[in-house]
Design a protein around this ligand. Structure first.
Ligand code: ASP
Ligand code: MG
Length: 424
C-alpha cells in the first residue's frame, strides 16, 4: 500500500496532468492512493472569491468566472471529446458556488470559506480521475470528506483520528483493493457532514493521515524541487539536496519554516514508522529525499530564511521578573491572538520574540500587550535559522546585516537581523 501526493504545481495545466499520469502509469506501487490539491494557485483565487462574497464588493461573480475559465481551459486541452461526462460533473460542482453566491452572506465566514475553497480540490480530483481513466488507468474518484472526519473548527479542522481511521479501514481499503483511488487533500467533514478544511497547504497532512490510517508502506510527495534541499533556492544561490533525513530533523526544519513539506506531516508518519519520500515530478527517475527514523545528523548545515519579521520586546512596567511572574500571562496573549513565536529570548526583566508580521494579528497583540507591559518593536526584519551551524555559516548569512537577536542551542542557531542598507 502506497500513498502519492501531488500538489497544485504538479496539476497546474494539461501538460503537468499528463506528466503526472505518466508517473502513475509507470509505477509498480499497488495498491495506490493518490491525494491531490487544487490546481495551480486556485486556492488563492477561491480565497479571494470568498472575501469578495463576504465583503459584498461586487467582484465575486467575476472571480468565479476566472476560476471556471481556468479549469475549462485545462479540460479542453485534455479531452477532445466534449461529451466526456467530466464536463457535466465539473459544471455541476461549480453550481454549488453559484448557489452560495445567490444567498446573502451569513455571519459564519469561516464556514463559508470552507464550503467555497474546498471546491478547488473537488474539481481538480475529478479532472485528474477522468484523465487517468481516459489514459487507460483503472482509477476511481473518492470523496475525502467521507474519510477525514474533523471537529467543526472551520478553516483549521482538528482531525478525529479514531473516526477517520475507522472509515478509512472500513470503506476506503476495499476500494483500493480494486483500483487506484484518487482523493482530495486539504478537506474533511464534521460529524454532520459539513465540509471543513485543514489549514492552508494542508494536503501533505491529509496524505500523511491517509498513509497512517492505511498502514501504508510509504508516502511519496511529488514536488517541483529535486527533494528536500539544505536551503530555499529562492533565497540562496547554492543549494544541496539532502538524500536522507531523520523524522526529527524534518520536524525541526519544517517547524522553523522550511516550506517543502507541511509541518504537521511528519508526526503521523513517524508514529507508524512510515517512510516519507520527497521526489521531483519533473525528474521522476531521480532519487529525491528519504525521511525515516534514521539516527544521523544532517550531512550539511541547513538554512531557513524568513522575511517580514517583527521583533517584539516586552518589559514589565514594575520591574518584576519576567520568568516567575509574567511569562504565562504573556504566552496566553500570544495564544489568544493566534500569533506563533518563531524565536524567543528572555533576560531578567525583558522578553523578546520574533513573529511573522500580520497586519491584523500582530497589531492586535501589540495593542493588548501594551496595556500591561512596556512594549518596543521593530518591523521589516529577517530571521535565519541554521540547523547544524558553525561560525562560518553564521558569518556567511550575517554579512552586511545588523544582528538584533541571536539564540543558540546545541544544533540550531537563530538570528534576527536587519539589512544594513535598509537601516541607512
Ligand atoms: N490547496 C490547498 C492550499 O493551497 C492545500 C494544499 O495545496 O496543500 O492551501
Ligand atoms: Mg496548494
Amino acid at each position: 500500500m502506497e500513498v502519492y501526493k501531488f500538489g497544485g504545481a504538479s496539476v497546474c495545466d494539461a501538460k503537468s496532468i499528463q506528466n503526472m499520469a505518466g508517473i502513475i502509469k509507470s509505477t509498480s506501487a499497488s495498491p495506490l492512493l493518490i491525494v491531490v490539491s487544487a490546481m495551480g494557485k486556485m486556492t488563492n483565487k477561491l480565497e479571494a472569491l470568498t472575501r469578495s462574497y463576504l465583503f459584498d464588493d461586487g467582484q465575486a461573480h467575476e472571480l468565479l468566472e476566472e476560476v471556471k475559465t481556468y479549469h475549462y481551459h485545462i479540460l479542453n486541452d485534455l479531452f477532445s471529446d466534449h461529451n466526456n461526462p467530466v464536463f457535466n460533473d465539473i459544471a455541476n460542482t461549480f453550481v454549488e458556488i453559484e448557489w452560495l453566491l445567490e444567498e446573502e452572506a451569513s455571519d459564519a465566514p469561516d464556514y463559508i470559506y470552507d464550503q467555497i475553497v474546498s471546491i478547488g480540490e473537488l474539481v481538480s480530483t475529478k479532472i485528474v480521475t477522468a484523465y487517468l481513466k481516459s489514459a487507460g488507468c483503472n482509477a476511481i474518484w473518492a470523496d475525502a470528506r467521507n474519510y477525514i472526519k474533523t471537529d467543526n473548527t472551520y478553516r483549521e479542522g482538528k482531525v478525529d483520528w479514531t473516526k477517520s481511521e475507522a472509515e478509512i479501514q472500513k470503506y476506503l481499503l476495499p476500494l483500493l483493493e480494486k483500483s487506484i483511488v484518487v482523493t482530495q487533500g486539504f478537506i474533511g467533514s464534521t460529524s454532520e457532514n459539513f465540509t471543513t478544511t485543514l489549514g492552508r497547504e494542508g494536503s501533505d497532512y491529509s496524505a500523511a493521515i491517509f498513509a497512517a490510517c492505511l498502514n501504508a508502506t510509504a508516502l511519496t510527495i511529488w514536488k517541483d524541487v529535486p527533494g528536500v534541499l539544505n536551503a530555499d533556492p529562492k533565497w540562496f544561490a547554492e543549494t544541496e539536496r539532502i538524500p536522507q533525513l531523520s523524522y526529527h530533523d524534518a520536524i525541526e526544519l519544517t517547524y522553523y519554516g522550511a516550506t517543502v513539506i507541511h509541518p504537521k506531516t511528519i508526526k503521523p508518519l513517524q508514529n507508524r514508522n512510515i517512510p516519507l519520500y520527497v521526489r521531483s515530478f519533473v525528474d521522476a527517475g531521480s532519487p529525491g529525499t528519504e525521511i525515516t527514523a534514521l539516527n544521523a545528523p544532517l550531512p550539511v548545515p541547513s538554512f531557513i530564511f524568513k522575511v517580514n519579521q517583527v521583533l517584539i520586546s516586552i518589559f514589565p512596567k514594575d520591574f518584576s521578573f519576567i520568568i516567575e511572574e509574567n511569562l504565562s500571562d504573556i504566552f496566553s496573549l500570544f495564544h489568544k491572538h493566534k500569533v506563533k513565536v518563531n524565536t524567543m529570548l528572555n533576560s531578567a526583566i525583558s522578553f523578546s520574540v520574533s513573529v511573522d508580521q500580520d497586519e491584523q494579528k500582530t497589531d492586535r497583540l501589540i495593542k493588548e500587550l501594551s496595556e500591561h507591559y512596556k512594549v518596543k518593536y521593530n518591523t521589516g526584519l529577517e530571521l535565519v535559522t541554521i540547523r547544524y551551524y558553525n561560525q562560518g555559516t553564521i558569518d556567511r548569512v550575517t554579512e552586511n546585516k545588523e544582528i538584533l537577536l541571536e539564540v543558540k542551542s546545541r544544533h540550531t542557531c537563530q538570528i534576527v537581523m536587519k539589512d544594513k542598507t535598509a537601516i541607512e
